[in-house]
Design a binder for this molecule. Structure first.
Ligand code: HEC
Length: 122
């Protein structure tokens, strides 16, 4: 087999392929969530909760898939929207991006965990 080919495959495993989940999570967060929670997770004073160094994220991991899929009804001034069309995989990437950003250092959720949690909130 061609050496260059092997190097490309190796690089793919070491870098690109491994990183696509993080890259997708970041892109979705930027497109869907940052308008409210801000690019750096600070939120907006009393209206939008901060996701930085978040106790909520640390303690409520099991609730996150349902929050993203179902939203949070308008309990205050602003409602958290529902993202009904995101797949379990996309939701996993968003959660795992947040879990490892904004000062959070929370381990990743697996796709199996996300799927089980989504089934429980349907
Ligand atoms: C239209 C603004 C808006 C957008 C867009 C939005 N959220 Fe929210 N989010 C909110 C509001 C408001 C709350 C608080 C709702 C409440 O508790 O009454 C919230 C709550 C949360 C919480 C709970 C945090 C806590 O401390 O209570 C998480 C986690 C969260 N959002 C994640 C996300 C993610 C991930 C996305 C993108 C997929 C997103 N949000 C998009 C407005 C938004």
């Amino acid at each position: 087999m061609n050496k260059a080919f092997i190097v490309i495959i190796a690089l793919c495993f070491l870098y690109a392929c491994h990183n696509t989940t993080f890259v997708q999570g970041k892109r979705y967060y930027t497109d869907l969530c940052a308008s409210c929670h801000m690019e750096d997770g600070t939120g907006l004073v009393a209206l939008i909760p901060s996701l930085q160094n978040s106790e909520y994220l640390k303690n409520e991991q099991a609730k996150l898939p349902c929050i993203i899929r179902k939203g949070i009804p308008d309990t205050s001034f602003v409602a958290m929207p529902a993202y009904k069309d995101l797949t379990a995989y996309e939701i996993a990437n968003i959660i795992n991006y947040i879990n490892s950003s904004f000062g959070n250092n929370i381990g990743p959720q697996t796709i199996n965990q996300i799927e089980a949690r989504l089934t429980a909130c349907d």
